[in-house]
Design a protein around this ligand. Sequence first.
Ligand SMILES: C[S@@+](CC[C@H](N)C(=O)[O-])C[C@H]1O[C@@H](n2cnc3c(N)ncnc32)[C@H](O)[C@@H]1O
Length: 114
Amino acid sequence: MEFHEVARLLEGIPYISAERGQQLYDFIIEGNVRDVLELGFAHGVSTCYMAAALDQQGAGKITTIDTVVARDREPNLDQLLERSGLGRYVHPVCPTVSWIGSTAGRRSAATCTS
Ligand SMILES: C[S@@+](CC[C@H](N)C(=O)[O-])C[C@H]1O[C@@H](n2cnc3c(N)ncnc32)[C@H](O)[C@@H]1O
C-alpha cells in the first residue's frame, strides 16, 4: 500500500504522527525489513504504517504486543487492520497475568484477535 493511502486512513488517530509514520515506512522499504517486533500498538497506527510498507514490498510479518485493554480503544487495532486490509501482515499478542491459588503466579501470552 502506498504511504499516502495509509496516511489518509490514519488521519487524526493517535499516536504516531504522519511524519514519524513516513520514517517507519521508509525504514522498512529501504532496509527490506521482513520481521518486526513492536512493543505497544495502542490504536494500531504505527502498526498500520509498518504493515503498509510490508505490503508494498510484498512480504513480511509484524508481531505487536500491548495490554488486553488496548482492544477497548476506539478505534482499535483490529478495526484499523480491517479498514486498511493489512491484517495478514500483523500478529497481535496481549500478555495476560493470571493467579492460580494464593501463592503461585503464571504469565501467559494470548493472541488478541479471535
Ligand atoms: C505511546 S503508546 C504506543 C503508540 C503506538 N506505537 C503508535 O505509534 O501509534 C504506548 C503503548 O504501550 C503499551 N504498553 C506500555 N507498557 C506495556 C506493557 N508492560 N505491556 C504491554 N503494553 C504496554 C500501552 O498500553 C500503550 O498502548
